[in-house]
Design a protein around this ligand. Sequence first.
Ligand SMILES: Nc1ncnc2c1ncn2[C@@H]1O[C@H](COP(=O)(O)OP(=O)(O)OP(=O)(O)O)[C@@H](O)[C@H]1O
Ligand SMILES: [Mg+2]
Length: 446
Amino acid sequence: MENPFRPGAGHRPPVLAGRGREQEHFRRLLREDFATENLLITGLRGFGKTVLLDDLKRTALAEGWVWVGNDLSESASLSEDRLALRILTDLAQSLSEILVQGADGQTATSKHAQDEAKDDLDPTTFEALKTKYERTPGLPSDKLKSVLGRVGSILTRAKLRGLVLAYDEAQCLSDHAQRDEFPMSMLVETVSSLQKRDGVTPILLVLSGLPQVFNALIAARTYTERMFHVMQMERLSRQDTAQALFSPMKPLMPPLNCPPDLFEKVVDLSGGYPYLIQFFGKELIDGLLKNGGILHKDQFPSPDVMDRLDAGLFAARWNKTTDKQRRFLKLIANRGTNRPNEFSAIEIAALSNGSGEFDSSQANQLLLALCERGLIYRTRHGRYAFTVPMSEAMILRRIQVEQDVESSWATISPPPIPIAPLTPEAPPPPKTKQKHKSNGLLGWFN
Ligand SMILES: Nc1ncnc2c1ncn2[C@@H]1O[C@H](COP(=O)(O)OP(=O)(O)OP(=O)(O)O)[C@@H](O)[C@H]1O
Ligand SMILES: [Mg+2]
């Protein structure tokens, strides 16, 4: 029996629940004759940005648009030129898929487009696009505009509706004024200028990334706020969560038998957070399978399940932190249940007043270091939040696990280290009796 749930970055879920409004909005955009709006998809880690993007791609292709996109790694986006080359590479890749189809024949559209393309530019090869880019005088944005404009007219003649430029992890695009590199501004300016030109094939920009991408966009150009419709990925409603869990499970019951109170417990455990829906869904099915098809509510989740959760979602970032950062994170995680999501250096320094370990300037430095490690991000001036939802609970679990290990050793004094005599005549060191306190382990041997 195959487990239908798919926890993992960018893994398409069996049911994409609760995103109907976003899908509908995008479909409407595609049907407009003039592109007036672009999309910005933001949300915390694991909220389903990548899988939504993948779903929008299918819609765009079905509506006759060309989808050009990628996941922006840090290196691809550092400079304007590198971003432009990334786009040309993705453009050639997508166009070669559309314009050069299966070996046994091309669609009329693609054949026509290829004939058109033979004029002077073959848009299906990176070399041709790059040559056009390099031969155009001006800044990277002028060069990119010229290539995209030319490709657009090829697409129009081929009766394709337009071009979607879609980039995931777009927070990596932030401008770097200190290095004189403005990749985000370059992209936004290029698209905005093409969208204003008459007679150019519609082009839509879809960016997706962590919440800080919004600030990066606003910082890029004053008008960007008006260029984008923001889709903020929130957790799913209780009803959508139940649907995301129940629909994939239904065909497996019977032979599996999940009692209603256990099902409700899993819905609540996930809290509507998409990654957790897939994670607990998968663990539930695995647990049922291992247990002969049925589980009692109290048997789930086992401690192993919670360990796997922390390891999958959190461990990589946690393992990069220092002891001092962990003490600081513990303070943040302990700041009370009814707290707002955001926190500031001053608030955390005030919390540490008892121990006096962190003053507000140290707290500031630690917050910046934790931002670099990807555990938190800056929400607005001077305020921060966790990038992974439910980080607080995970931090406290991690610290508890570490403390349990420590205290399991704390009651034992280390065994004596034998010291070799300095000279053959020297008397052997007196034998001292080392007292071992038992921590209960010896009981196993009785
Ligand atoms: N609407 C949804 N319904 C059910 N499951 C979903 C939904 N959206 C996402 N998921 C699941 O959540 C997990 C995370 O999705 P995804 O990788 O798209 O998140 P993300 O926001 O791109 O995360 P990151 O910021 O780490 O890239 C995947 O396992 C995916 O199958
Ligand atoms: Mg993603």
